[in-house]
Design a protein around this ligand. Structure first.
Ligand code: ADP
Ligand code: MG
Ligand code: MG
Length: 888
C-alpha cells in the first residue's frame, strides 16, 4: 500500500485518498499551472494512525523518499543552514472544512537557518518574520500553546513601537519577538522549540492527523453530516513567499461571484503578507481588481488561470494564490461554495455556456438550497432605522438580539432567544456561536472571510465587513455612526443586500414562493433572474423524474396551494382533522353512545359534514387522485384531558352540582385510557371495534364522489385503511366498504370505481405484504409509524430524551424520523415492494409522512421503485427537484 503521492501522481478524482486539497493540487500540477512542488500523505495513513495510535510502519521511509526527491528538485535541503528549503504542512480532508483543521507554514526554519534564509533572500526582516510565524503557528497548533499568548506579545511589540500593523515591525523587533515566542513555547511546554527541521515536519504531520479529532472539527462534521471515519490527508508543499516586500503578496479569489453567480473579478489581495493574513483580517485587503495596477503581469496570468480552471472544472472555483517577487503561484483550488441562489443561476449559466447539460445542471443544485430560497425576506418598504451596510455574504433575513461573543450566543439561544452574533471578525473558535445564532454580522473581512465562508456553508445569514460598525467586545456593545447598540438590543440583518437595521424588520414572502404560487413571472431585476433560473431547473427536473409527487392535505385550501406547487394529487388526507373544532361535541356523542341507536344518531350527524369536506376536496383536486385515510388516532385524543376533567368533576362534586355528561365523559376517558396509546385502539382497530364508524366515512366519500360526478367533475378518490397488521383486518373492512359503495352506486346510479388500499406502517404488514396485497389495490408506506415501530422509538418522546446522545455518539448521523433509515426501515420497504408487486403487478406504491419531502429519502424511494411520494404542500417543489435529481 502506497501512503505518499507526489503532486504529479494524483488527480482530482482521488479526493477520498488525497483529500480535496491534495487531489486538486495534483490536478493543477498536471494542468501545467504553477504549483509549488510537494507531496500528499494519504487519508489511509491517517486512518491507520487514528485507529492504532501509531503511524504505519512504512510511512517514515516513504516520506523520506519523497522529501529527498523534493530536495533534489529544489536544489536545497529542508532546513539546511545556508539556504534552507522550507515547506508547509497542510491538512486537507475529502470535504473542505474551512478553518477547522491546522496548517503550519515555514517549516524548516531554525536559529541557524533563519540567518541563511535572510542572506539568501537579501532580506533580514522577511526571514525573521517567517520564523516568528513558524514558532507562532507551530506553538499553537502542534504544541498546543494558547494562541493568545503569541498574539498578545505581538500586540505589545506593536504598541511599544507605536505602530498599527505587523509590517511596521523591522528585523530587530522581530528578532526580539522570536526570543519572546521561544520563551512562551518553553514555559508552555517545558521544552525548547524544536530546532531539527525533520522533527518539525514529523510533529506537524502528526498534529494534522490529530486535528481530525479536535472538538471544532468534530462539531463541524456533525453539522455538515460528514462521516467521522474519513480521516484527513496531509500536504507537504514547498514554500513560496508573499511576505518578501511590496512586490509580493497573497490573495484569494472566486472565478465568479459566489453570492450572485455573476462572472467577474471577485477576491481580495494583500501585499507583503503570508497565507492566512488575507482571511484573518489582520490588515485591510484590497479588491482583487486592484492587483491589475499593482502587478499587471501577475494579474493577467491569474485571469488566464481562472478561466482555465472554470473551463476545466466546468464550475465556479475558488482559489488561493501567492505572488513572490512578481511570480505567481497557485496554492489551492476547489469547486467553490456558493449561495443557494447562485447555485441555481450558475447551473443555468453553465448550460447556456455549453459547459454542462441539463442532467448535470440538476446535480449542481439541491433540494435544501431550494428550500432555503423559499424562506421569507425583509420587507423593503418597512420603516426601520438603517444602521449601516456591509457585504452581502450569505443570504437570508435574520432578526435577533445582539450578542458579542459565542458563549453568550450559545447560552441565550439555549434559553430560547434568537440572537445575532456580532464580531469584529470570526475565527474557528466562534463555530458553536455561529451555529447557535440566527445570523452573523462582522465589521471586518470580505466575501472570503471566515465568517462569510462558514456561514454560506451552513446556509446561515451573514453580513460581513460592515466597516461603520465599531464593535467593542469587552464592553458588549457596538457603536454605529453615533448610535450605540447594547447586548440584548434587537437588530435585523439582510444577507442578500448587506443591510443592517436597528429593531425588528417585518418579513415578506420570497420571490421563489411568489413564483410557485403563480404570482410572479418574468422581469429584469435580480430576483426575477433567480426565478427564471429556478423555473428552468424545475422544468429539467419535471422532465426526467419518474416519481410522482403528491401532497399531504386535508382541506381544499391546502389542496389548491399544493396544486399550484405542482402536486399531482393528494397522497394523504387525514380525516381526523375533520373531527376537531366545533365537531368535537359530535365525536364525544359518538364515543359516549351506549346503544346502537345513539351511535347511529351521532354518525348520522357527522355524515353530511364529512361529505361536504370531501366534495370540496375532490373539486380542488379534480382529475387527480385523492387518498383519504380513514380515522387513525386513538379516540381519547378527541376527549378532554384526563387530569383537567378529573379536577373539574371533583370540584363540581364538592359543590354538589356534578353534571351528568361530565361524569359519563370521565368514565369514558378512564375506559379509553391506555398506557401506550400509539400501540393501542387506533387505525383499523377503531373500524373493527366501533360499528358504523368506517362505513360512515366510506359512505361520505362515495356520496361525495357521486355528487362530483353528477356535476361533471372527475373525482378520483382512493380509500386508505391505516395501521393494518394482517390481511384479515383489511378483508373485513373491505367487505363492509364494498357493500356501502355498492349501495351508493345503486342509489345514485353512478359507477364509482373507488380504489381501496392500505398503509404499510407496521413491521408485520411489511413482512406479510404479499398477503396484504391480495386485498389492497395500493400501498402507502407510513414511514413515520414504521420507523417508530421498527426501532421501538416513541417518536413523540425520543427527540427530547436520548436522541442528542445518539447523535453525539454517532449512532446515527441524523434522526431516522428525518431521513429514512435505509438499512433497517428501508430494507423492509424494499422487501414489501417486491412482495406486494409479486402478488399484484399493478399495485400502486407510495409513501406519505415526513420522509416524502426529505431530499435523501426521496432518492431512496426513487431507487426502491415507488410510484410517488407525498409530502406537505410547501415541500413539494423540493420533492420534485430531488425526484428529478434522483432520475437524472
Ligand atoms: P486552509 O485549509 O485553512 O485554507 P491551507 O493549507 O490552505 O489552509 O493554508 C493556510 C494558508 O497558508 C493559505 O492561505 C495558503 O494559501 C497558505 N499556504 C499554504 N501552503 C503554502 C506554501 N507552501 N507557500 C505559501 N503559502 C502557503
Ligand atoms: Mg486554504
Ligand atoms: Mg401512521
Amino acid at each position: 500500500q502506497k501512503f505518499v503521492y507526489d503532486f504529479t501522481e494524483g488527480n482530482r478524482d482521488l479526493k477520498d485518498l488525497l483529500g480535496g486539497k491534495g487531489a486538486n493540487l495534483a490536478e493543477m500540477t498536471n494542468l501545467g499551472l504553477p504549483v509549488p512542488p510537494g507531496f500528499t500523505i494519504t487519508t489511509e495513513a491517517c486512518k491507520v494512525y487514528l485507529d492504532s495510535g501509531e503511524e504505519p510502519a512504512a510511512l517514515r521511509d516513504e516520506v523520506s523518499a519523497h522529501l529527498d526527491a523534493l530536495e533534489q528538485r529544489m536544489g536545497k535541503k529542508l532546513g539546511q543552514t545556508d539556504d534552507p528549503l522550507l515547506v508547509s504542512v497542510r491538512s486537507g480532508a475529502k470535504f473542505s472544512m474551512p478553518g477547522m483543521m491546522d496548517t503550519v507554514l515555514n517549516i524548516g526554519l531554525s536559529d541557524t537557518s533563519v540567518e541563511g534564509l535572510a542572506r539568501q533572500a537579501g532580506d533580514e526582516r522577511f526571514a525573521w518574520d517567517s520564523y516568528r510565524r513558524l514558532i507562532q503557528m507551530f506553538g499553537k497548533t502542534v504544541l498546543g500553546v494558547g494562541g493568545e499568548l503569541f498574539e498578545d506579545a505581538l500586540e505589545a511589540a506593536k504598541e511599544a513601537k507605536r505602530v498599527a500593523v505587523d509590517t511596521d515591525l523591522d528585523a530587530s523587533d522581530l528578532k526580539k519577538l522570536v526570543k519572546q515566542f521561544k520563551k512562551i513555547v518553553k514555559s508552555g511546554t517545558g521544552r525548547d522549540f524544536p530546532q531539527d527541521p525533520r522533527d518539525q515536519m514529523d510533529l506537524a504531520i502528526k498534529a494534522v492527523f490529530d486535528s481530525w479529532n479536535g472538538d471544532r472539527a468534530k462539531l463541524y462534521r456533525r453539522q455538515e453530516r460528514i462521516p467521522h471515519d474519513l480521516g484527513t490527508a496531509v500536504n507537504v508543499c514547498s514554500m513560496v513567499f508573499g511576505n518578501l516586500g511590496p512586490d509580493s503578496g497573497t490573495g484569494v479569489a472566486f472565478t465568479r461571484d459566489p453570492a450572485s453567480g455573476h462572472q467577474g473579478v471577485y477576491g481580495d489581495y494583500l501585499q507583503n503578507a503570508q497565507g492566512e493574513d488575507v482571511v484573518a483580517g489582520i490588515r485591510n485587503t484590497v479588491p482583487l481588481a486592484d492587483l491589475e495596477s499593482i502587478d499587471k503581469k501577475s494579474y493577467d496570468q491569474l485571469m488566464q488561470i481562472m478561466e482555465t480552471l472554470e473551463t476545466h472544472y466546468k464550475d465556479l472555483c475558488d482559489i488561493e494564490f501567492t505572488i513572490e517577487r512578481g511570480r505567481l503561484w497557485m496554492l489551492q483550488t476547489r469547486v467553490g461554495k456558493r449561495t443557494a441562489g447562485a447555485a441555481f443561476r450558475i447551473a443555468t449559466q453553465l448550460v447556456d455556456q455549453g459547459l454542462i447539460d441539463e442532467a448535470e445542471a440538476l446535480q449542481r443544485v439541491t433540494g435544501a438550497q431550494l428550500a432555503q430560497l423559499m424562506f421569507p425576506r425583509f420587507d423593503e418598504a418597512a420603516r426601520v432605522e438603517k444602521l449601516g451596510r456591509g457585504i452581502a455574504a450569505s443570504p437570508g433575513a435574520a432578526v435577533g438580539k445582539a450578542v458579542f461573543d459565542s458563549y453568550t450566543a450559545v447560552k441565550w439561544s439555549r434559553s430560547g432567544e434568537k440572537v445575532i452574533l456580532i464580531r469584529r471578525e470570526t475565527n474557528p473558535d466562534d463555530l458553536d456561536g455561529m451555529i447557535a445564532a440566527e445570523g452573523i454580522l462582522t465589521s471586518r473581512g470580505g466575501k472570503t472571510s471566515h465568517a462569510a465562508v462558514v456561514a454560506r456553508g451552513m446556509g446561515k445569514t451573514c453580513v460581513c465587513g460592515a466597516e461603520e460598525l465599531e464593535v467593542d467586545t469587552k464592553r458588549r456593545r457596538m457603536t454605529v455612526n453615533g448610535t450605540v447598540v447594547e447586548e440584548g438590543d434587537v437588530v435585523s440583518i439582510d444577507g442578500s443586500t448587506g443591510r443592517v437595521y436597528l429593531g425588528e424588520v417585518p418579513v415578506v414572502p420570497s420571490p421563489v414562493v411568489e413564483y410557485f404560487e403563480g404570482r410572479m413571472h418574468a422581469g429584469a431585476d435580480d430576483a426575477d433572474e433567480l426565478v427564471r433560473a429556478v423555473h428552468r431547473v424545475m422544468a429539467y427536473a419535471d422532465r426526467v423524474r419518474r416519481l410522482r409527487v403528491r401532497a399531504n392535505a386535508d382541506n381544499a385550501e391546502d389542496a389548491l396551494r399544493a396544486r399550484r406547487f405542482g402536486a399531482q394529487g393528494i397522497g394523504l388526507c387525514r380525516t381526523e382533522h375533520m373531527f376537531l373544532g366545533e365537531r368535537r361535541g359530535m365525536v364525544e356523542k359518538l364515543i359516549l353512545a351506549d346503544t346502537d341507536d345513539e351511535r347511529e344518531d351521532a354518525l348520522k350527524v357527522l355524515l353530511p359534514l364529512q361529505k361536504r369536506d370531501f366534495v370540496e376536496l375532490f373539486e380542488a383536486m379534480d382529475g387527480l387522485p385523492v387518498t383519504v385515510r380513514l380515522l387513525d388516532p386513538p379516540l381519547h385524543e378527541f376527549l378532554p384531558d384526563i387530569t383537567e376533567l378529573s379536577v373539574r368533576v371533583a370540584l363540581a362534586e364538592a359543590r354538589k352540582d356534578a353534571n351528568e355528561n361530565d361524569l359519563r365523559l370521565l368514565q369514558a376517558v378512564h375506559r379509553l385510557h391506555e398506557q401506550n396509546p400509539m400501540l393501542g385502539l387506533r387505525g383499523v382497530r377503531l373500524g373493527l371495534v366501533i360499528p358504523g364508524l368506517f362505513t360512515m366515512q366510506v359512505r361520505a366519500i362515495a356520496e361525495a364522489a357521486a355528487e362530483r360526478r353528477n356535476a361533471k367533475g372527475d373525482p378520483r378518490a382512493e380509500i386508505m385503511i391505516p395501521l393494518v397488521g394482517t390481511v384479515q383486518e383489511l378483508e373485513i373492512v373491505r367487505e363492509e366498504a364494498e357493500q356501502v359503495i355498492a349501495e351508493v352506486e345503486a342509489a345514485t346510479g353512478v359507477g364509482l370505481r373507488l380504489a381501496l388500499g392500505t398503509m404499510i406502517e407496521l413491521p408485520r404488514a411489511a413482512l406479510t405484504a404479499g398477503q396484504i396485497a391480495e386485498a389492497a389495490e395500493f400501498f402507502s408506506f407510513g414511514t413515520n409509524d414504521l420507523t417508530q415501530t421498527v426501532w421501538g422509538f416513541s417518536r413523540d418522546d425520543v427527540e427530547a430524551s436520548f436522541f442528542t446522545a445518539y447523535l453525539e455518539k454517532g449512532i446515527f448521523g441524523v434522526s431516522p424520523f428525518e431521513t429514512i433509515d435505509k438499512d433497517g426501515v428501508g430494507s423492509l420497504v424494499r422487501d414489501a415492494v417486491a412482495a406486494g408487486r409479486a402478488t399484484r403487478p399493478d399495485l400502486k406504491l407510495g409513501v406519505c409522512g415526513e420522509h416524502g419531502g426529505d431530499p435523501e429519502s426521496v432518492h431512496f424511494f426513487h431507487e426502491a421503485g415507488l410510484d410517488y411520494v407525498s409530502c406537505s404542500p410547501f415541500r413539494i417543489p423540493v420533492a420534485r427537484l430531488e425526484a428529478g435529481r434522483a432520475a437524472a
